[in-house]
Ligand binder design. Sequence first.
Ligand code: AMP
Ligand code: MG
Length: 488
Amino acid sequence: MKSLQNLRYQQNFRSLPNAFYQDTLPQGLDTPELVIFSKACAQLLHLDPASLTEKESLQMLSGQTLHDAWRPLAMRYFGHQFGYLNPELGDGRGVLLADVVTPKGEHWDLHLKGSGTTDFSRDGDGRAVLRSSIREFLCSEAMAALNVPTTRALSIVTSDTLVQREAIEKAAMLMRVAKTHIRFGHFEFAYHSKDQTLLNSLCDHVAQRHFPDIFGHAQQNETLFKRICEATGHLLATWQCLGFAHGVMNTDNMSIIGDTFDYGPYGFMERFKPSFICNGSDHQGRYAFDRQPAIGQWNLSVLAQAFSPIVEKKALNAGLLAYSETFNSCFIAGMRAKLGLQADSNNETDQALVMDTFKMLERCNFDYSNFFRQLSEINVDETLSQLRNDALDLKVFEAWQAKYKARLENETYSLRERSTQMKRCNPKYILRNYLAQNAIEKAQQGDYSEIKKLHQVLTKPFDEQPEHAAYAASAPEWATNQSVSCSS
Ligand code: AMP
Ligand code: MG
């Protein structure tokens, strides 16, 4: 097992034309201190997790020293933010250091977030605060454990460097690990540059690295667009089944391979409320939970425009259609699994049952995740009668229950088997905002025990972990579905 000093590195992003980036050195933090690291993420890199606690590693994780093979750069990209094109984006507070090449030949980007100003910082200070770094760390690692496509987080380092937000806060750095940092916004930049060689080189790069089976084929670019649409459809369906709201689905935050990307004011839904807005700055509710699938489509239509000089309209429309088809099929499959429905059934009937379930959850004021987890218990009748006790609207609950029980009669597999399957997709532990907040407040006082404990619990979200049952409790009523400030 290796340390950061002796991993194998490449500079695969630099094979793109240099219009896509700006050489930029990170600005190190004062008196860095390691807050937490992810063993699971280290293992992806074939990195010895224990080595991360050594001084040499800390210097690298805090931007103080660079490996000889690192050639940091800030990426240039555009993006549609809240519906409007912003041509002045790019990495404003982070640098891409290199990609790690593992013994298996996998490539993982290392991106140091919070590393100081770049040419793209505009009025920002290029820093990230401890609070936002903790939120990204906990959520990206939790999402990976929930089997959601996502970028990863290796470590957080805090420091004595102070930055001004609403209050003065400590600056921190997060080492983000991802298969790619290429976003929809990179394609928008290439399109608006009016230089088709940029667009073609970006397509070739993404195809070669991430969709190698289509690289160099005659239909490469149109297939690439379709694959991106399908990956995005899969991602959105996964979010909707899980009750995850991203909060800032701007096109510069949309990963080209369909990873959950850029963890800001995200939120896991607690009490079921489709119009849940997790981002305190999203006054119009553009990124409300129930609008996410449509926003996915909107973002892909922006991407379609960027592809339009090199892919015909008909193929672009086919790609967009593939998005809806993938979303619909993954979503219904995901919801059927959550409800424990395996037997062949008319899709429309099951779709109607899913919609009824949503209406019932809202009317009865159920905690979204806990409802499905409870439903996963072996004894269905006993569970339903317990749920009935908690239902705010008995009539609505009973009407739903009758339909659900009738549907269950088609099922043939054993109750035990059913329960096991359901518990594999209905997590007991999700990153509730109040839990994150509690861990953040302790970390801000220099106590990292709570963030470590919470991280540990969230690495096994489907396991019972009875000793940690308190972490499965829904938020107190005053804290449910709270929105989060964007200032990070
Ligand atoms: P985000 O909302 O995190 O997706 O950021 C949107 C854009 O603002 C990106 O180009 C970021 O690099 C940039 N940005 C966010 N925070 C800062 C900051 N503190 N300093 C400089 N740029 C920032
Ligand atoms: Mg962003």
